[in-house]
Write a protein that binds this ligand. Structure first.
Ligand code: NAD
Ligand code: MG
Length: 393
């Protein structure tokens, strides 16, 4: 029996995780569930999974949940706040932590789980973008197992040698081929991009996801963050990571070897596959995902990414090459920009403008400790908020 904490259980990845868990009650037990403020859904999840702890960030929402838990006669302790997220991510009885909070907010509990040596199912890519060095060091020091949930990284993990130790050359790997759908605006005329709405940006052709990552997919910042994620997870240099636009999202990524072989992982675009893989690794379990129908798909296309259309991707490569706190600046500026776009304060094309402006304005520092990252994150957010105030539509 594997004991699990699901951070961000009410989100898209959180719900898919619980869907897989519910199929295997003999294998997994939920110890803690967490959300920011969706107490109703969290209550339903508590009824179904009977965790020991439920955490909400919002005090009023936690109070509402407490009342309902008592009324329903459930034995669930309701906690509140960021410290409680860290607590449930590091409980001694917890074996594995699904890190599925969105954004930089997910970093502290994810890092804490790594330091505590938990098996980490990593969906929160922002942790790696912000503090990749610190996080990977913590994983190595504690001996934690690290399983990537992001579908591309999960595919790369599956396509690398099983004993891959972070040295591409030694393993005969020549390139990581990171696939990208190109999002909903792959073929939208450039002149029309200025006026696209949040709902259009969130209407992803292949994947159903939370709103932040959906906008990131539309701008291809998601792929940029994923390039940085590949760098930290697999110790690949920027030049060794090739983004390949593949609109069908059937190949989830590939690894090219020096002998000319290319290994890929294929499947329907459904996050339950990488989640089930990571939960059961090194075994395989049923995920509820339909088998891939190659005859129905018939055709797979590949094109090079268009950096003029998607400047966010170029900014992310630039941030990775610059190193230090620059990826943290990129991430913070992007979070503020996406939030402003979702709230109709700036236009879609302002997202890369804002990020470039923050990267140019806030000085780069080396990352020696977590505080360096937190300072960079705060400075970039402040600078980005000023930009939004000065450029609101
Ligand atoms: P989502 O917005 O659907 O869910 C986010 C979850 O985090 C919710 O449970 C929410 O309550 C919680 N949360 C939000 N803000 C919080 C805060 N400040 N503090 C604590 N909890 C907070 O997001 P998602 O689409 O499930 O994505 C989660 C993470 O997984 C992101 O980092 C994303 O990049 C990554 N990811 C998602 C997908 C996908 O298909 N959705 C794919 C790959 C990677
Ligand atoms: Mg992905």
């Amino acid at each position: 029996m594997q004991n699990l904490t699901v951070l961000g259980s009410t989100g898209s990845i959180g719900k898919s995780t619980l869907d897989v868990v519910a199929r295997h009650p003999d294998r997994y037990r939920i110890i803690a569930l967490t959300a920011s403020q969706q107490d109703e859904l969290l209550f339903e999840q508590c009824q179904q999974f009977r965790p020991h702890f439920a955490v909400l960030l919002d005090e009023a929402a936690a109070e509402r949940l407490r009342k309902r838990i008592v009324a329903a006669g459930l034995d669930v302790e309701v906690l509140c706040g960021n410290e409680s997220l860290v607590r449930v991510a590091t409980l001694p009885e917890v074996h594995a932590v699904m890190a599925a909070i969105v954004g930089a907010a997910g970093m502290r509990p994810t890092l804490a789980a790594a330091e505590a040596g938990k098996k980490i199912l990593l969906a929160n890519k922002e942790t790696l973008v912000l503090a990749g060095h610190l996080f990977m060091d913590a994983v190595r020091r504690s001996g934690a197992a690290l399983l990537p949930i992001d579908s591309e990284h999960n595919a790369i993990f599956q396509s690398l040698p099983h004993d891959y130790a972070g040295n591409m050359q030694q393993s005969g790997v020549s390139k990581i081929l990171l696939t990208a759908s190109g999002g909903p605006f792959r073929n939208t005329p450039l002149s029309a991009l200025q006026n696209v709405t949040p709902d259009q940006a969130c209407a992803h052709p292949n994947w159903s996801m939370g709103r932040k990552i959906s906008v990131d997919s539309a701008s291809m910042m998601n792929k940029g963050l994923e390039v940085i994620e590949v760098h930290w997870l697999f110790n690949a240099a920027a030049d060794d990571i090739q983004v390949v636009v593949h609109p069908q999202s059937v190949i989830h990524s590939m690894v090219q070897y020096v002998d000319g072989s290319v290994l890929a992982q294929l499947g329907n675009p459904d996050m339950r596959t990488p989640i089930a893989y990571a939960l059961a690794w090194p075994e395989r379990i049923a995920s509820g995902v339909a088998p891939l129908d190659l005859f129905a798909i018939a055709k797979l296309d590949f094109v090079a990414p268009d950096l003029e259309r998607f400047p966010c991707l170029a900014l992310a490569y630039q941030a990775l090459r610059a190193g230090g706190t620059v990826p943290a600046l990129l991430n913070a500026a992007n979070e503020v920009a996406v939030d402003a776009f979702l709230n109709h304060r700036i236009a879609f094309l302002d997202i890369p403008r804002l990020i470039a402006s923050v990267m140019a304005a806030v000085p780069r520092c080396e990352v020696h400790q977590l505080q360096d990252v937190l300072d960079a994150d705060a400075a970039a957010r402040e600078c980005a908020r000023t930009w939004v105030r000065e450029n609101t539509k």
